[in-house]
Design a protein around this ligand. Structure first.
Ligand code: DGP
Length: 125
């Protein structure tokens, strides 16, 4: 079965410039912007420009150019936000997918969270 993508999701609208964003970085295949409801001093969302629902979708079907650009964009966001292990105190990267992952917006995004200790990895529910 193939992945289905809803082009009316909020991040598709952000990519089309239909709703505002607070840009951190834009590259050929990626866009990074601040989360509207930040959970930490650094809370940046990094999305590919292509129509991918989830990380597994992207990892399976994106071109090599997209994968390289997106991955390097994540590194650059960490550098810009000062959360790398070389210049900062680290970060947590989360990518939720689907129902069990509690994904709210069905366009691939990774959350880069940092600027404070992030606590345990998952809630016991
Ligand atoms: P997730 O559960 O992983 O799908 O998280 C979606 C995130 O997107 C959530 O942390 C809040 C954020 N968000 C929702 N709507 C908007 C928006 O319109 N703009 C921005 N910048 N972030 C949004």
């Amino acid at each position: 079965m193939s992945y289905s993508y809803d082009d009316q999701n909020i991040f598709a609208k952000i990519l089309r410039g239909e709703i505002p964003k607070n840009t951190v970085l834009e590259t050929e295949h990626a866009l990074a912007f601040r989360d509207l409801y930040p959970q930490a001093p650094t809370h940046v969302l990094v999305i590919p420009k292509g129509a991918y629902v989830s990380y597994d979708h992207f990892a399976a079907e994106a071109t090599e150019a997209e994968i390289v650009d997106y991955t390097r964009a994540i590194a650059e966001v960490c550098r810009l936000e000062g959360v790398t292990l070389t210049a900062g105190e680290g970060f947590r990267m989360i990518s939720n997918a689907g129902l069990h992952g509690v994904q709210e917006v069905p366009h691939l995004h990774v959350h880069i969270l940092g600027g404070r200790p992030m606590g345990r990895m998952v809630a016991k529910e």
